[in-house]
Design a protein around this ligand. Structure first.
Ligand code: MN
Ligand code: MN
Length: 294
């Protein structure tokens, strides 16, 4: 299989980084410090971040990360999802862990881990996405919680974070038969809310869509960096803070999003403000599924 050693290298880095990152999530610690340290660690170990590290707490499910000069700190009793990707020469792995600082949500956390474990066993040639989703949903509901129906796992391809097919956390009509060597990320999101996320007002993560011009000449520079430095994978505004003054950067990011040259990923929040937990691994389909991030 093409790139398999690079996938494995990215996986090994991700495991190291997760071990390094989890103990950093403690009350009073700045989200910005955690994000910086984790992304630096990925690079020290010979990988690149496939997207900005997501640090999403409580009813925020995903797509939160540190802003430029972000002053937010981890709170007592927060339920924190640490979700990051590592790539080696474009071969991406994606993994997430939940740090439950409030033990009241430990059971929910265990249910997400169990759903992930059960799902990963099914990544054999000839299996189907439909069966995977069914097992995830069943495991979560039997555990007494709700799966988030509009957050999914996804196929992974070289330099493509959302390739091939989604892996929903509820049964759908997706008709896809798994093939030897397919790579997928699987990520059960579990909540005590209704199980549906909506977009919040803020966006801190962007992705390159196409070239475009805005009045500010910084726009061209941002698009150039998005393509070359960030490999057209998602990036954070703070990654550009050293290159462009903050005010201009924020205006340019907004305008580029408005004209569609950038996609902005809004922070996703559970609609009923339910607490959300997540577990995620990346896996290669095979007779014995190879979990890259375990
Ligand atoms: Mn992820
Ligand atoms: Mn993912």
């Amino acid at each position: 299989m093409e790139g398999i050693e690079k996938y494995r290298k990215a996986g090994k880095i991700a495991v190291e980084v997760r071990k390094f990152g989890e103990p950093l999530v403690r009350p009073g610690i700045r989200v910005l410090d955690i994000a910086d340290k984790i992304e630096k660690k990925i690079m020290e170990l010979g990988g690149k971040p496939a997207f900005p590290v997501n640090i999403s707490s409580n009813d925020n499910a995903a797509h939160d990360t540190a802003d430029i000069n972000d002053t937010r700190v981890i709170g007592e009793g927060d339920v924190v999802k640490l979700d990051f990707g590592v790539h080696v020469d474009g071969y991406i792995v994606d993994t997430a862990a939940t740090i439950c600082l409030n033990k009241d949500f430990s059971d929910m956390h265990k249910v997400s881990q169990l759903a992930l474990e059960e799902a990963l066993k099914l990544f054999r040639p000839g299996g189907t996405i439909k069966e995977v989703s069914e097992v995830i949903e069943k495991t979560i509901r039997e555990g007494g919680f709700n799966p988030i129906s509009n957050l999914t796992g996804h196929g992974l391809e070289r330099y493509d974070l959302h390739a091939r097919m989604e892996v929903p956390n509820v049964k759908t009509n997706i008709d896809y038969t798994l093939k030897e060597g397919d790579v997928f990320s699987v990520e059960p999101f579990v909540t005590n809310g209704g199980g549906y996320v909506i977009e919040g007002a803020s966006a801190l993560i962007y992705g390159y869509e196409h070239d475009g011009r805005i009045r500010l000449r910084e726009g061209t520079k941002i698009l150039e960096m998005a393509k070359t430095k960030f490999d057209a994978l998602p990036f954070a505004g703070r990654w550009l803070a050293g290159s462009i003054p903050t005010i201009k950067l924020k205006i340019a990011l907004n305008q580029l999003s408005q004209i569609g040259a950038l996609h902005s990923y809004a922070v996703l929040r559970e609609r009923e403000n339910g607490i959300v937990v997540q577990s995620e691994h990346s896996v290669i389909v095979g007779d014995k599924p190879e979990i890259l991030t375990l």
